[in-house]
Design a protein around this ligand. Structure first.
Ligand code: G6P
Length: 608
């Protein structure tokens, strides 16, 4: 959500601002803009719509200046219009601000400023910040001080970057609960809301703590903490390279990231495992696909380590009755490490007495910094909004953790641990096998034959309803399959534990309904087959996914069967999700959807 880019150097900042914003556009946005200091005044170009519209605007009305800020906006306060786009300025147009997050007391502050005679030009909470800074700047004649006073009166989450014609050689940056990174390159200072925007210019990154205010010039950063004391925040070197954040020869980031899953799994299997004391009970907190991963983690912990766990949707957990979690462990799962509900849930769990840990991909992200211990996902940058390799690495990290704790808890015997070791070694190869079998078959437009997934997608491009069913671990995989389809193809789909279907949803089953039945859990297979028969008897078309060894058992009941390599049931979520991701992808392509940036969605959900 919302992308911020700021540059201060010698050359014209505009191309770098636009390039940086382009790298951040994966986060989801509906308006974009830049402000530069032209040596005299602030030049602002902003527009609703895509980065292409901003580029067109800049072509028609060029802007130039060596210091500037830019923004991609994901609308919260006010519609995605030109005038609600950032940057926002004070009344005199001397101070410009870009902002990521939500100012919760915006309404009260707006009323107060209006009573003082301020006329607002937008509906945004950010404009309130611009006017507040200007007001305090008039009182103090010191922009840093004005920003400090401003953050003392605003509540909520924010990353703010501020520039002023009065101090045209520096940018001021403040943060609380919203991501922001600062970088120093060869001949310029940079600030952005995420690392990929800075990778073309520098890999030396500085992260601010909540409450910090930074002053960034061309070659230096000076940071003060929430008490106003000067502090040193260390720079760290980012080992991602630009190539990892580019889509290379792939047609989309999502396709690239789906294909990268075996190598991401192999990397994670080689990586060190987080060491922590073994909890007696675990509460997972997560959102979206990460929540689905946590449902799988809950099974793993019970089955392999004998540890009871609950999986909680972070936005719900935050507002439940805050019972004590003394002696338990709360584990946050988050690819971005910035999902605000997950972050707040983890903080709350800490306050409720839990030990904390996190499974995170992005280094130095907020969740990683709050958690007592971190297991890195090692997935590399994930750019497509709909997660793929993020999900599979989360699941694999959970499996490794459960196996480690099971070994230490003696719930797994030495020979079982040994067998698991062998199975995990095989996993990347099995994943690759599934990707080859259920890729696009190398054929698309005009082809006489095509791979199983594109063919199936063509025949099922717009079913009236789609149900994903499963039992046990398959239920969570079904939920992930349904979410992928909804997210990127806009096909309504819903997931149910197969046994629950009879308690209501089966009333919806008739001829033009598609059922995707996950039947990879061998112990539960007879039950799942019964459920398949129930929907088949009522006219549904059934696609079943099962292990190769069970193909014959399903052949008579399902209309189509996709087989997966034989492997322990616990590995099945990691294999079965691959064709489901591909199915969503193919349906999205056929429907002409933007697979990497689905409408209304954001990669990093930094508002509640
Ligand atoms: C967004 C993304 C989902 C993701 C969820 C949680 O909604 O679109 O793909 O699963 O956030 O993200 P996280 O970064 O916390 O794993």
């Amino acid at each position: 959500m919302c992308g911020i880019m700021g540059v201060i150097g010698r050359e014209n900042a505009v191309p770098k601002l636009v390039n940086g914003l382009q790298h951040l556009s994966y986060r989801g946005y509906d308006a974009a803009g830049v402000a530069v200091y032209n040596g005299n005044t602030l030049d602002i170009r902003k527009t609703a719509g895509t980065m292409d519209r901003l580029r067109d605007l800049l072509e028609g009305q060029p802007a130039e200046g060596s210091i500037g800020i830019g923004h991609t906006r994901w609308a919260t306060h006010g519609a995605p219009t030109d005038c609600n786009a950032h940057p926002h300025t004070d009344t005199d147009g001397r101070i410009a601000v870009v902002h990521n997050g939500i100012i919760e007391n915006e309404r009260v502050l707006r009323q107060r400023l209006a009573a003082e005679g301020i006329t607002f030009r937008s509906q945004t909470d950010t404009e309130v910040v611009a006017h507040l800074i200007a007001k305090f700047n008039r009182e103090t004649c010191d922009l840093r001080c004005a920003l400090r006073k401003t953050v003392e009166v605003i509540t909520g989450a924010y990353a703010l970057v501020v520039m002023s014609v009065d101090e045209p050689d520096r940018l001021y940056i403040a943060r609380k609960d919203s991501p922001i990174v600062i970088g120093l390159g060869k001949d310029a200072g940079y600030v952005a809301s995420d690392i990929p925007a800075l990778l073309p210019y520098t890999r030396d990154i500085l992260l601010l703590e909540d409450g910090d205010i930074a002053c960034l010039s061309q070659d230096a950063v000076n940071v003060t903490n929430k008490d106003g004391d000067e502090v040193q925040r260390p720079f760290r070197r980012i080992d991602w390279d630009q190539e990892a954040a580019d889509k290379g020869e792939h047609t989309s980031f999502m396709e690239k990231e789906m294909d990268e899953q075996p190598e991401a799994a192999a990397r994670l299997l080689e990586a060190p495992l987080v060491q922590s004391k073994i909890p007696s009970r675990v509460t997972f907190v997560a959102c979206g696909s990460a929540y689905h991963a946590s449902l799988i983690g809950k099974h793993y912990l019970a089955e392999l380590a004998g540890i009871p766990a609950t999986a909680e949707i972070a936005s719900e957990f935050r507002y439940e009755t805050p019972l004590s979690l003394d002696g338990q462990m709360a584990i946050a799962i988050s690819q971005s490490g910035e999902t605000v509900d997950t972050l707040m849930a983890l903080r709350q769990a800490k306050e409720r007495g839990a030990d904390t840990a996190a499974i995170v991909n992005v280094q130095d992200s907020s969740i990683a910094r709050v958690a007592g211990a971190v297991q890195w996902m090692h997935a590399g940058p994930e750019i497509a909004v709909a997660t793929t390799k993020g999900f599979t690495t989360q699941v694999l990290a959970l499996l490794r953790l459960a196996l480690d704790w099971g070994r230490k808890n003696d719930t797994l015997r030495a020979n079982e641990v040994q067998e698991w070791h062998g199975s995990l070694k095989e996993l990347p190869r099995l994943m690759r096998e599934v990707l080859v079998k259920y890729g696009n078959g190398g054929l698309r437009e005009g082809a006489e034959e095509c791979g199983a997934v594109p063919c199936f997608a063509r025949q099922n491009i717009a079913p009236r309803l789609v149900f994903f069913l499963g039992r046990g671990l398959d239920t969570a995989t079904a939920m992930e399959g349904a979410l992928k389809l909804k997210e990127i193809s806009y096909q309504h789909a819903t997931a149910y534990p197969a046994g629950e279907l009879k308690h209501g949803p089966i009333a919806l089953i008739e001829n033009d309904v598609l059922v995707v039945a996950l039947a990879t859990q061998r112990e539960l297979l007879p039950k799942t087959i019964s459920n398949i028969r129930e929907v088949k008897a009522r006219g549904a078309r059934v696609l079943a996914l099962c292990q190769q060894q069970d193909e014959a058992a399903l052949a008579n009941d399902a209309d189509e069967v996709w087989t997966l390599p034989n492997a322990p049931d616990c590995l099945m979520p990691l294999l079965a999700v691959l064709p489901l991701q591909r199915l969503a992808y193919e349906v999205a392509l056929l429907r002409g959807c933007s697979v990497d940036k689905p409408r209304n969605l954001a990669k990093s959900v930094t508002v509640e």
